[in-house]
Design a protein around this ligand. Structure first.
Ligand code: FIX
Ligand code: ZN
Length: 412
């Protein structure tokens, strides 16, 4: 295989592979309005709102009091008309519109809105998934979400393309409030972690894991997460979450590094980042060899240590370039480092899409970068005399875009 043929095979395999998107904030269509899509939702994505506020002078509260369509217009004006839209989140909107066949250079927001008004949600989901080359979407599902919970409780016919992930931040990070909720929902819990409370919280997780057919449990953690410690969060992890995950054979996904609400006036756009103590996580992984951990970290500074950790603990699977690391410069750096340190036993990317149409740009942009890094890696192999076959390249690419995640989870 010549260099050019090898490059073409790799690029084609990456461009066409059907993706399992293992972490999003999208919903099965049965959740109705919770599944966001369309131009206004694309424009008020919190990544863009944070950027728009850098140019806007209006008070935060004034902005939040406006209807979504007006907020979208202000973001459009600040980020697309008054300045060129070169940030990754802005470029993403244009990549998406362009892939949908819309003419972005006209800068015509009313025309864009008109096009989106004519889309029918059901068919539009398929259209976006096809354009993105995504075959399965993992949701983020919280029993603590008042809009989401009743949909699960009432039951609905599942769309097989959407898989559930049980999100438990409130349980681990705001136990006082969470325990009151559990009590309201009929679980016999007190605020202190008595044996009875522990077993009732396990029942809560069992009920919701079954109800959702959850594929993993998930929590985001602050930069100062400590382990071991006698605090409530640690006790709940040790005595409730990890035994539950072992019993149900479910991985526990950790997303360390988010400092929530560093600027509360920005609402959803107000979260920040901090570096975590990797030793705490190493200790957690080392003491629980029978648990599986999916891990993505928010701080760039943690990425190298995380790769080293994955080399030490086979119960750890690295995934995605999360949030502030989901920009081309860092995706490239992280993907190269991960492939060099842990080979193909990673899932380089997830979309984290909050708006359906975003899967188009998130995957298009990431595929380009991952292909570039892979071409470089296979070319380096070729120079040693090793000849990767077409089938081997296809196998490797499928591993990176979903199969390795499934193998790790024991769900392939
Ligand atoms: O905690 C998370 O799952 C984060 O991804 C979100 O909370 C965050 O707001 C986001 O959308 C990042 O991409
Ligand atoms: Zn997320």
């Amino acid at each position: 295989m010549t260099r050019a043929v090898l490059k073409a095979h790799v690029e084609r395999a990456v461009a066409t592979v059907q993706v399992t998107d293992i972490h999003t904030h999208l919903y099965d269509p049965a959740f109705g309005d919770l599944l966001l899509w369309g131009i206004d939702d694309l424009l008020v994505y919190h990544y863009l709102v944070a950027e728009a506020f850098r140019y806007m002078e209006m008070p935060y509260d004034t902005f939040w009091a406006l209807p979504k369509s007006r907020q979208a217009e202000l973001v459009w004006d600040a980020l697309f008309l008054q300045h060129s839209p070169i940030s990754e989140a802005c470029r993403g909107v244009l990549t998406t519109l362009n892939a949908l066949g819309l003419d972005v250079k006209k800068r015509d927001l009313p025309a864009l809105r008109k096009w989106f008004r004519n889309q029918k949600p059901d068919r539009y989901i398929t259209r976006c998934m096809e354009a993105a080359g995504v075959r399965e979407i993992y949701m983020t599902n919280s029993p603590f979400d008042d809009q989401e919970r009743p949909v699960w409780e009432n039951g609905f016919k599942r769309d097989e393309r959407f898989k559930a992930a049980l999100r438990i931040d409130p349980l681990l990070l705001s136990w006082n409030d969470a325990s009151k909720k559990l009590a309201e929902w009929g679980y016999k819990v007190s605020s202190s972690l008595t044996p009875k409370t522990i077993s009732q919280v396990r029942k809560f997780l069992a009920d919701w894991s079954r109800r959702m057919d959850a594929r993993y449990l998930m929590v985001s953690l602050p930069p100062d997460f400590a382990y071991p410690s006698l605090n409530t969060c640690n006790r709940l992890i040790e005595e409730v979450v990890l035994p539950h995950c072992r019993e149900f054979n479910l991985p526990f996904a950790l997303m360390p590094g988010v400092r929530r609400q560093v600027n509360p006036q920005l609402c959803l756009a107000g979260d920040g980042v901090g570096r975590c103590d990797m030793m705490a996580l190493n200790e957690l992984f080392s003491r629980h060899p029978d648990n599986k951990f999916l891990v993505t970290m928010l701080s760039r500074e943690n990425q190298h240590e995380l790769c080293v950790t994955a080399r030490k603990f086979r119960n750890v699977h690295i995934f995605g370039c999360w949030w502030f690391t989901n920009v081309p410069a860092l995706i490239e750096e992280m993907t190269r480092m991960r492939l060099e340190l842990v080979g193909l036993s990673v899932t380089p990317q997830h979309s984290d899409a909050r708006v359906l149409d975003q899967i188009i740009y998130k995957w298009k942009h990431s595929r380009e970068i991952i292909a570039r890094v892979l071409v470089e890696k296979y070319e380096q192999l070729r120079l040693t005399g090793w000849r990767p076959t077409r089938e081997e390249i296809q196998r490797d690419v499928e591993a990176l875009f979903g199969n390795e995640f499934k193998r790790f989870c024991g769900q392939s």
